[in-house]
Design a protein around this ligand. Structure first.
Ligand SMILES: C[S@@+](CC[C@H](N)C(=O)[O-])C[C@H]1O[C@@H](n2cnc3c(N)ncnc32)[C@H](O)[C@@H]1O
Length: 177
């Protein structure tokens, strides 16, 4: 089932709307809420949206009237271009083997898909571009921070938001160092 926009989507959307410019890609677009959020932004030249879930890609294709270039892709596997802004609301929770969900399961510990994303993203980022990403304290913040540095990026914490049951969300702006 295609991921329905949640608190993480809306939190990231605020910064996506405020900061996007140039050539933008939304990785793991789901319902397309983040890609659609910049569709009418005059600073944005083009928008790509990809998802590993074919149903999500087909759904967005139908409602965006060709204004978003929608593709089926495992992260950047089907993407060649470079971008000014890369948006990612990843699956960021530790895998739940009893109730698998591609929209939520980020790997055994929760941060593995983010690690793979960070490795690949720099090849698709223009020199002055940046990544906007959201994740949770349940992902393993220290591990995410370490991966960001290890892969040669620096980050700025744009917002921290507390949710129920001691969960916290973080929105990061990540740039190549
Ligand atoms: C947390 S949901 C976010 C959806 C939407 N961007 C939002 O903010 O509401 C994560 C999305 O990433 C997609 N996804 C999971 N693994 C992926 C991968 N390896 N490559 C591309 N998309 C992936 C899921 O299908 C899902 O749509």
């Amino acid at each position: 089932m295609v991921y329905e926009a949640q608190e993480d989507s809306y939190l990231l959307l605020k910064y996506v709307k405020e900061l996007s410019y140039g050539k933008v890609i939304d990785i793991g677009t789901g319902s397309g809420i983040l890609a659609e959020g910049v569709m009418h932004n005059p600073n944005v030249e083009s928008i790509y949206a990809v998802d590993i879930d074919k149903e999500a890609v087909e759904g967005l294709k139908k409602k965006c009237f060709g204004m978003i270039k929608c593709k089926h892709s495992d992260l950047f596997s089907n993407v060649e271009e470079k971008f000014d802004v890369i948006i990612f609301n990843p699956p960021y929770l530790p895998d739940d083997e009893k109730d698998e969900d591609i929209a939520l399961d980020g790997g055994k510990k929760g941060y593995e898909l983010i690690e793979r994303f960070l490795k690949e993203a720099k090849k698709h980022l223009n020199a002055s571009g940046f990544i906007l990403m959201v994740f949770s304290n349940r992902t393993g913040k220290e591990e995410v921070d370490k991966s960001i540095k290890r892969e040669g990026y620096e980050f700025e914490l744009l917002e921290k938001k507390s949710l129920a049951f001691f969960e916290e969300l973080y929105v990061y702006k990540i740039k190549i160092n």
